[in-house]
Design a protein. Structure first.
Length: 295
């Protein structure tokens, strides 16, 4: 198994200088759960370099409360140094730890060329592409009352459609390698009567872009109470030959490799025999042997 989605710092906590000791403990915890390789994929928005490039992306949102909430959230997060992060993960690789260098990149409409230009200056192995926000609305931030209140005033079908469109646009940019938590829009537990069209479109976005899709245990820790993606969307990915990664989306050591055996069981049930791994943003497959061993 892989854990290809890991953060160093919990939301709501300030970043600390990354250390080799921190990464060693992640690798030990992962290995104990049968995970053979991990990707560090901190949020791009946690870094000052992103602040210079992207601050204010939310300005066009018509909702002042959401704009204020996002401005505060952004300021709380955009403080770490990308160069320090990259140096630390590369040092772990040099030490022989089973680590690859990644980043979780949000979709910034009309600004992905600038994002790609920034990231091209670093030796990333894998870039996750994510949609956590629609305009200034953090639809998955279940701890934020301003964001969650929106679920009472918005149309759920429209929210899912807007999310799906953003994921399609993100995939079409070619800026990233893996569609992270592909149905994150369900995080707060709100689902449309008929999600099939969104599932079809998300599967098509992954297939036509050549991106891999992520199978993540993080949804079990949210009101959604199921893995990302839901079984019918995972089946669509498999049917269309979309490569898969597995992930915990841990934001701290106790969640590293969380429920990897349950993810392995899901894959096994669908006959998935390989997972996708990356080096220098080039894909390669790892065998189902490791997958069965982790189950
Ligand atoms: Zn995410
Ligand atoms: Zn994440």
């Amino acid at each position: 198994m892989l854990d290809y989605h890991l953060h160093l710092w919990p939301h709501g906590e300030r970043d600390r200088a990354p250390t080799l000791e921190h990464l060693r403990s992640y690798c030990e915890h992962a290995a104990a759960a049968g995970v053979t390789e991990i990707a560090l994929t901190e949020h791009l928005f946690r870094f000052r370099q992103a602040d210079h490039l992207l601050r204010g992306f939310w300005r066009d949102d018509p909702d002042a409360a959401l704009r204020d909430s996002m401005a505060g959230y952004w300021s709380d997060h955009a403080r770490a140094d990308l160069d320090d992060y990259v140096r630390c993960v590369l040092a772990a690789k040099d030490e022989g730890l089973p680590v690859v260098l990644g980043l979780e990149v949000d979709y910034y409409r009309d600004r992905m060329d600038e994002v790609s230009a920034l990231l091209a200056g670093y030796p990333f192995d894998v870039l996750l592409g994510s949609v956590h926000w629609l305009g200034a609305w953090r639809f998955d931030d279940v701890r934020d009352e301003v964001s969650m209140a929106q679920w009472s005033v918005r149309d759920v079908d429209a929210a899912w459609a807007d999310y799906t469109t953003a994921m399609e646009e993100l995939a079409a940019t070619g800026a990233c390698d893996v569609l992270a938590h592909p149905d994150l829009i369900k995080a707060a537990g709100r689902r449309p009567q008929a999600p099939d069209e969104c599932w079809d479109r998300l599967a098509e976005a992954a297939a036509s872009s050549g991106m891999a899709a992520e199978l993540s245990s993080a949804g079990w820790r949210k009101p959604a109470q199921e893995a990302y993606p839901a079984d019918p969307l995972l089946a669509r990915f498999v049917d269309r030959g979309v490569a898969l990664t597995t992930a915990s989306d841990a934001h701290g050591l106790p969640e590293v490799a969380d429920r990897s055996a349950d993810l392995a069981a899901m894959l096994h049930g669908l006959g998935v025999e390989t997972l996708r791994a990356f080096r220098s943003r080039e894909p390669h497959d790892v065998s189902a042997g490791a997958l069965v061993a982790g189950s």
